[in-house]
Design a protein around this ligand. Structure first.
Ligand code: ZN
Length: 393
C-alpha cells in the first residue's frame, strides 16, 4: 500500500519520522481509556494512517485533520523526551537543523534547539487545530507570550488552583514547567451541559481572552479538558474572581503612601505595656460594639486592643504632631484604604485582616509586628475612620 513519493526507504522514511516525533510528544497514558488506546496503538492518531497520507502532511499537500491535531495537543507531554532526542542527535545534524531554522528567521541557538523545535511542533499542531497549515517565527511563544504565561502562573501563586500542586519544578539548571493553560469556560460542552455552566458564569465573548485562561497542573489540565465538571468550573471562576479583586486592590492601594510616623508607632508598641483597667470614660466605649455588631470574635479582639492601647497610641500621635506630621492625613489614608476594601464586598473580618496585612507590607515590617499592626487597625476602628456604625440613623 505504501507508496512513498521520495525514496529514502533504507532509512526511516519521512512518514515514520513524523510518527515517531509525535510519539515523543505524547505523554504516557493516565486513564484506563488511554491505556487501552495505547495498547491498540491509537494514542498517536497518525500511527494508523496510510504512509502515503502522512507523506502528504509532510509535503504540505494535505493538512493534518483538526481532530488529530487536537488529540495530540490534548495529551502533550512536557517535551522532555523530545528535547532529549534532539540534544543527543549527531552534532552535524543538529547544526544543519539549526541553520535551516535560522534561515527561516527562527531565533534559535544550539542550546535552545530542542526547546525551539518542540515549540514549533506544538505551534504547528495548534495551527492545524485552527485550520491553518504553516508556522512563522512570529507564531512562536515570543516575549509577549512568555509574559502572559508568567502573569497567569504568578496570579495563582505557582500552584494548581484545583489540586495545589506546584506548577513548576526545579531541575538542576532550569525550572521545568509542569502546567498547561486551559480555557475556564470549556470549549466543547454538550448543549445539554451548557446551561449548568451558564448558571455559574456565562461564556466569555472571546474564549482566548486573558480572563478566560488559567494554568492547571498537567494532570488537572488533562482531566478538565476531557471531562470538565461544574464543580471545577465553579472553583476556577472563584479563583479568577479573587485574583481580579486582589489585583484591583493592589493597584488602588499602591498609590497611597503611609506616614513614617505610623511605622514608628507600630514598632514602639512592643515596648508599651497595655492598660487593663482604663476608665471607659476616656473614650467612647460603645463605638466598637456599634460598628462591629454581628461578628463577636472580631468585636472582642478589637475591644481588647482598644482598651489596652487606645489612649497610649493617641498620645503618641499627638506628641508627634508638628511641622511635617498631620494626624488627619494619616486618618484619611486609612479611611481610603478601608473604603477600597469595602468596595470589594469583603466582610468585616476580611477587611480587618487585609488592612493589617496591607500596612505590614506597605511599611515593610517583619511578621513579628503583625499583632502590633492589628492593634493599630483597632485604633483606627475606634477612631471613626475604619468601619461605620451599622444601621446608623
Ligand atoms: Zn492540579
Amino acid at each position: 500500500m505504501a507508496n512513498p513519493e521520495n525514496e529514502e526507504s533504507n532509512k526511516q522514511g519521512r512518514p515514520e519520522f513524523l510518527i515517531s516525533l509525535f510519539d515523543l510528544m505524547i505523554r504516557t497514558p493516565q486513564t484506563e481509556v488511554e491505556d487501552q488506546m495505547s495498547e491498540d496503538g491509537k494514542l498517536n492518531p497518525l500511527s494508523n494512517k496510510e504512509l502515503d497520507t502522512i507523506n502528504k502532511y509532510c509535503s504540505g499537500t494535505r493538512k493534518i485533520p483538526k481532530k488529530d491535531a487536537k488529540n495530540i495537543l490534548k495529551r502533550i507531554n512536557s517535551g522532555k523526551s523530545f528535547i532529549d532526542r534532539i540534544e543527543f542527535t549527531a552534532p552535524g545534524a543538529k547544526k544543519s537543523i539549526r541553520n535551516e531554522l535560522r534561515n527561516k528567521g527562527f531565533n534559535v541557538t544550539s542550546a535552545s534547539l530542542g526547546e525551539v523545535c518542540f515549540e514549533i511542533l506544538k505551534t504547528f499542531l495548534n495551527k492545524f487545530n485552527d485550520g491553518e497549515n504553516s508556522v512563522a517565527p512570529s507564531d512562536l511563544w515570543d516575549n509577549q507570550n512568555t509574559i502572559t504565561r508568567l502573569q497567569l502562573v504568578q496570579d495563582v501563586n505557582l500552584k494548581c488552583p484545583l489540586c495545589g500542586q506546584e506548577l513548576t519544578k526545579a531541575g538542576e539548571y532550569k525550572a521545568i514547567s509542569n502546567y498547561d493553560i486551559v480555557h475556564i469556560f470549556p470549549d466543547n460542552l454538550a448543549i445539554k451541559d451548557k446551561s449548568k455552566f451558564f448558571k455559574i458564569k456565562s461564556a466569555p465573548k472571546d474564549s482566548d481572552a486573558l480572563d478566560n485562561k488559567i494554568p492547571l497542573c498537567l494532570n488537572c489540565a488533562n482531566l478538565y479538558l476531557e471531562n470538565p465538571t461544574v464543580e471545577d468550573y465553579q472553583s476556577l471562576v472563584n479563583t479568577k474572581r479573587r485574583i481580579s479583586i486582589e489585583s484591583h486592590l493592589a493597584k488602588g492601594l499602591n498609590q497611597l503612601t503611609l506616614e513614617e510616623n505610623l511605622t514608628k508607632v507600630i514598632k514602639g508598641l512592643k515596648n508599651i505595656k497595655p492598660d487593663m483597667n482604663v476608665m471607659p470614660i476616656s473614650y467612647d466605649a460603645h463605638k466598637v460594639e456599634e460598628k462591629i455588631s454581628s461578628d463577636y470574635s472580631l468585636q472582642g479582639t478589637v475591644n481588647f486592643y482598644v482598651m489596652g492601647y487606645y489612649n497610649k497610641i493617641r498620645d503618641e500621635f499627638s506628641n508627634m504632631a508638628g511641622d511635617s506630621f498631620y494626624f488627619d492625613d494619616l486618618a484619611t489614608t486609612m479611611k481610603l484604604a478601608y473604603v477600597k476594601f469595602k468596595r470589594e464586598k469583603l466582610d468585616q473580618e476580611e477587611i480587618f485582616e487585609q488592612l493589617a496585612n496591607w500596612i505590614l507590607k506597605k511599611a515593610n515590617l517583619e511578621k513579628e509586628y503583625s499583632i502590633a499592626v492589628r492593634i493599630i487597625v483597632a485604633f483606627f476602628v475606634q477612631n471613626c475612620e475604619v468601619f461605620e456604625v451599622e444601621n446608623a440613623k
